[in-house]
Write a protein of this length. Structure first.
Length: 282
């Protein structure tokens, strides 16, 4: 249950997200430097989507990867649900490739469930693989029922990943979805692993249980949140940052390992649900 580059190497245990990046020209150079800093530090998986800035994030990635060995990177993009059918997916994929300045994607994801039948999307994804435009395909924001439906359609077993929101304060996937994916050998890409901005994020980073562990290791609260996810088999967090210093901190978290006692303390402070809850997207 790991992602492997075209060169045959496993990707870093933490990837890089790009949601909201590339949308402000004045920030482009700093954001590009952040991505490059992350790649240089071993975070060679970069996730983006045609939705992010209507292609602006893909263009940012395309400029950031110049000078790096393409086969040692793992590039991921996502297709809008309304573009995920036979009439539009092939053009959408080509547009993403053009913006990212590459001739193939390592992984192409259905961004969320839409009106196009899953069977049609899977068939098209397999065609893109056969044409060499993508190396693998997967999904994003699909909960248990949708995953069960996907796995039942012809070719559905070829799903290589499910990207969902997952962090210490949002553990709903642990009740049913994560076990299902683990049983099928499908890794999870955890987006927003540090939570989005606002009260929830502050509540996580400032919580005494998190800060106690951070102090003990001489690390940041954000690194504790990443280490929590790294302790989950088959989970790869993809934090997003537009600052090189934070990219370096994220990469450093790949070396962290929390003790059983520390994980238990986090579990007490932020317990997982004991019943099925809706898939979180915030």
């Amino acid at each position: 249950m790991e992602f492997v580059t075209a060169a045959g190497g496993a990707v870093g245990r933490i990837g890089q997200g790009t949601w909201y990046l590339g949308e402000h020209p004045a920030k482009a150079e700093a954001e590009r430097n952040a991505l490059r800093t992350g790649m240089e530090a071993g975070m060679n998986l970069i996730d983006t989507a045609e939705m992010y800035g209507e292609g602006a994030a893909e263009e940012l990635v395309g400029s950031a990867i110049q000078g790096f060995e393409r086969q040692e990177l793992y590039l991921v993009s996502k297709v809008y649900p309304f573009n995920a059918g036979r009439e539009r997916i092939f053009v959408s994929c080509e547009n993403s490739l053009r913006r990212m300045r590459t001739d193939y994607l390592d992984l192409y994801l259905l961004h969320w469930r839409g009106g196009v039948p899953l069977a049609e999307t899977v068939e098209c994804m397999e065609e893109l693989k056969a044409k060499g435009r993508i190396r693998a395909w997967g999904v994003s924001n699909l909960d248990v029922a949708d995953m069960q439906e996907l796995l039942a359609v012809p070719g559905g077993q070829g799903c290589a990943a499910n990207q969902v929101l997952y962090h210490l304060g949002s553990r709903g996937i642990e009740f049913r979805l994560l076990p299902l994916l683990a049983k099928q050998g499908i890794p999870v890409m955890a987006y927003c692993p540090l939570a989005q901005a606002g009260k929830l994020r502050r509540g996580l980073l400032a919580h005494s249980a998190v800060q106690k562990i951070a102090f003990a290791h001489g690390i940041s609260s954000a690194q504790v949140l990443l280490a929590f996810l790294l302790a989950r088999p088959g989970v790869l967090p993809i934090p997003r940052t537009g600052r090189a210093v934070h990219a370096g901190e994220n990469a450093a978290a790949m070396q962290l390992q929390l003790s059983e006692a520390e994980l238990a303390a986090l579990d007490r402070a932020f317990p997982a649900p004991t019943r099925k809850v809706p898939l979180d997207i915030q």
